[in-house]
Design a protein around this ligand. Structure first.
Ligand SMILES: NC(=O)c1ccc[n+]([C@@H]2O[C@H](COP(=O)([O-])OP(=O)(O)OC[C@H]3O[C@@H](n4cnc5c(N)ncnc54)[C@H](OP(=O)(O)O)[C@@H]3O)[C@@H](O)[C@H]2O)c1
Length: 231
């Protein structure tokens, strides 16, 4: 694998993807809304392997268009891997529903991966042999929902699961494989550093799933530990 593009690369799971891919010798396009001290440090110590592309809000049609069509760093580049990682979790319950917050989660968690993937396919940055990973959540699994609440997050991740399953069908004949991946319950800002696994262990598992991904396995929903998850 030579070239990978990651969304939400400035912290958490996205930043760790950049670290581990760069350590494998992959050239990483680390996209984010705003860079961080950690991502800048990684980029400057990487000898050019990690390139930061800021101002990429995955909820913005214009920003995604600009990335796919006009970003100079991507000129002539064919991506081997796209990781749709950017996401948000808001915590509304039935007694505290804020539809604006729910809409925002759809915009980022569901439409973001579809918007980025479709634009990069259209501009031929992704093609035969490329892989697309969507970092979803088992909280988007209807079969696995035993605890309720978190309406916007659950609904937006269920919707992105359908987007990924549909992309898998549409991209199969073009030789592009798609995986829906749950990272585990990971100690990041999103979980307020609670969680069961450290980010390095989660990302090592996610990369193992991506390594195994082929067009013949396209469209699956896996835990980072390799377990197949129910829809
Ligand atoms: N941590 C877990 O236990 C867990 C479990 C299941 C699934 N996940 C999924 O894993 C992915 C990464 O989560 P994380 O734990 O690393 O969370 P995190 O530490 O909160 O990081 C989220 C990342 O997404 C970015 N982001 C949010 N909205 C964005 C937007 N509109 N455009 C571009 N980037 C945006 C953030 O950038 P800013 O700094 O600009 O906000 C940040 O880089 C998410 O999709 C999440 O749903 C995480």
């Amino acid at each position: 694998m030579k070239h990978a593009l990651i969304t939400g690369a400035n912290r958490g799971i996205g930043l760790e993807f950049c670290r581990q891919l760069a350590a494998r010798g992959v050239r990483v396009f680390a996209t984010c809304r705003t860079s961080s001290r950690e991502l800048d440090a990684l980029a400057s110590s990487s000898g050019g392997a990690v390139r930061v592309i800021a101002d990429l809000d995955v909820a913005s049609d214009a920003a995604v268009e600009r990335l796919a069509r006009d970003e100079p760093a991507l000129a002539g580049v064919r991506l081997d891997l796209l990781i749709n990682n950017a996401g948000v979790l808001r915590r509304e319950s039935l007694d505290d529903l804020d539809f604006e917050r729910i809409r925002l989660q759809f915009e980022i968690n569901s439409l973001g991966p579809l918007r980025v993937t479709a634009a990069l396919v259209r501009e031929q940055k992704l093609g035969r042999g490329s892989k697309v990973a969507i970092i979803t959540s088992r909280m988007g699994s209807i079969a696995d929902n035993t605890s309720g609440s978190r309406y916007g997050y659950r609904m937006s991740k269920a919707a992105v699961n359908m987007a990924g399953a549909t992309l898998a069908r549409d991209l199969e004949s073009r030789g592009i494989a798609v995986a829906l991946l749950h990272p585990g319950w990971v100690r990041t800002d999103m979980t307020k550093q609670r969680g069961l696994v450290d980010v390095d262990e989660s990302v090592a598992g996610l990369l193992a799933r991506i390594d195994e991904l082929t067009v013949s396995r396209t469209g699956g929903f896996w835990h980072s530990n390799g377990e197949r998850l129910p829809w």
